[in-house]
Ligand binder design. Structure first.
Ligand code: FES
Length: 244
């Protein structure tokens, strides 16, 4: 983890309502991986002195960051121009790990941040894993263009979870980004589809407010099954069995 100025290679707003920023992440040292993020400082440090978390939608040294637009700091990032720099601290968080031997990955990107779901789908497909991506909103469909064509992409009906039963039956591994109240529902649906929920099958991105992003301040702690989790440093991806 380092705090560095990363050169912007490209920046643009997508039809999905996200900003895609391609950065030279070489100054951060280790290459960014799926599930990881950086804490960025916006150009207007006087008005907004806090850092904000931004997730990688593609890892590596020439990495991509995907930012949903809405907050002023997010809009500010979308105005970065090539050759400007982004002050970033990272890469932070534990990277997502593909399950050994898994040949079918199901990625459920039902809510923001979508970026880690895309990064995992991209990485797994490049390793030869068959990937199905289920998006939470139709307006996010343009994001499929960021992925290899072999990634199957559909849109979820979030009122009808029974549609996930079949994909869950054939999947060897699941990565899910969804709202916290939907976590027990995912666990129930996995149990219905596969009779039991086993460790290592499903990883879920836990959402929390990040202040330091590095496991220091405790702002991101949430209650787990047995103990509290410091989401930014222990996660943000957690095995579903640890959360239900
Ligand atoms: S944000 Fe400070 S410990 Fe996680």
């Amino acid at each position: 983890m380092r705090q560095e100025e990363c050169r912007i290679l490209a920046c643009g707003v997508l039809a999905s309502g996200h900003c895609l920023i391609e950065v030279d992440a070489t100054p951060l040292g280790q290459p960014a991986r799926a599930g990881q993020f950086v804490m960025v400082r916006t150009a207007d440090g006087l008005l907004d002195p806090l850092r904000h978390p931004v997730f990688f939608s593609r890892g590596g040294h020439h990495a991509q960051l995907l930012v949903p637009l809405g907050e002023p700091w997010q809009t500010g990032l979308s105005m970065l121009a090539p050759e400007e720099t982004l002050n970033a601290l990272g890469p932070l968080g534990q990277p997502w790990e593909p399950r050994p031997g898994a040949s079918h990955l199901l990625v459920l990107a039902l809510s923001e941040p979508v970026a880690p779901a895309l990064a995992a789908a991209h990485w797994a497909q490049r390793q030869g894993t068959m990937v199905s991506l289920v998006l939470g909103h139709k307006r996010w469909l343009p994001l499929a263009e960021l992925l290899p064509a072999a990634v199957e992409c559909t849109v979820a009906d979030q009122n009808d979870w029974s549609a996930l039963l079949e994909p869950l039956r054939w999947a060897d591994q699941v990565l899910a980004v969804l709202e916290q109240p939907a976590i027990p529902r995912l666990a129930d649906t996995v149990t219905t589809a596969r009779l039991r929920l086993v460790p290592g099958f499903a990883d879920v991105l836990l959402k929390a407010d990040f202040l330091c992003g590095a496991g220091i301040c405790g702002a991101c702690e949430v209650e787990g099954v047995r103990h509290r989790h410091r989401v930014c440093s222990e996660g943000p991806l957690f095995d579903l069995v640890r959360l239900t």
